[in-house]
Design a protein around this ligand. Sequence first.
Ligand SMILES: CC(C)(COP(=O)(O)OP(=O)(O)OC[C@H]1O[C@@H](n2cnc3c(N)ncnc32)[C@H](O)[C@@H]1OP(=O)(O)O)[C@@H](O)C(=O)NCCC(=O)NCCS
Length: 250
Amino acid sequence: MRVERLVCWEAADAADPVTRAAGRLYEQTLDPDERIPWAWIERSLGRTAAPGGWQKHLLLAAPAGKEDDPGWLAGYAYGAFLPGYGGYLCYVGVAPWARRFGVGTKLFGEFFRAVRADADRLGERLPFVVWESHRPAEPMTAAERNLWAARTRLFDRVGGRWVEGVDFLSPNFAEDGGEPVPLQVLVKPVDRPLAEFTPRRLRRLVGGLHERVYRNGPGDALYDGTFPPGCRLRLVPARRAGGADRVTSR
Ligand SMILES: CC(C)(COP(=O)(O)OP(=O)(O)OC[C@H]1O[C@@H](n2cnc3c(N)ncnc32)[C@H](O)[C@@H]1OP(=O)(O)O)[C@@H](O)C(=O)NCCC(=O)NCCS
């Protein structure tokens, strides 16, 4: 399969067999504590966003001519434009058979285009696109190291930078009252130049992620735990988040 033969489109119907295949792929590609229930994503499909609300997108990818065949679903990406904040990519996953063909890169690119269009339509800027990713704890198994390398290489390729200096404490979706899941935060500067992502601005951006996405604010344990005293945030190349320099052979 060649990259130029790949097609991306926006899913609008939860009952479509290809959308259902995306749900299965979602559950296979992400750990339970990293993901919300698929039903929450399904619910947003085909709906018009409330004014000021999240402009949500579920993007699917397949080889050209195979768009109607659930067996050929190559990958998905789900995220939103959050008015007054920026783009937020929640999840991306590629079917094991379709990996390393540029599907992940293509899905990121399509998502960037979708949130750019939202911002333009709403007369807003798109200062950045942000996403989080779970870095396995050390010592990593070979499989964990490979996956983390794949993630950071992909993030680098799409212009993402790692917010060094912070572990974003997110709720554990697998277990009520479970341990918080520490995530790494990645940012792609878009309308705002890289130099403007100062430590203070980055702190506002990461705090905004808590407030806008997880409904946590100062005084909440997850919010306060994300910003221990003395933490200083800065944007560095995504590969510095570890793993990408220790890639096994292709
Ligand atoms: C991470 C993932 C999305 C990558 O998708 P993909 O379609 O294989 O990525 P691409 O083909 O677009 O490759 C992008 C870059 O990553 C590199 N890469 C991909 N898989 C890799 C691997 N296993 N090891 C090392 N590098 C890898 C590619 O070589 C490319 O880098 P390069 O252009 O510098 O060579 C895919 O492995 C996946 O779905 N994993 C499970 C779910 C997941 O981790 N989702 C991300 C959550 S944040």
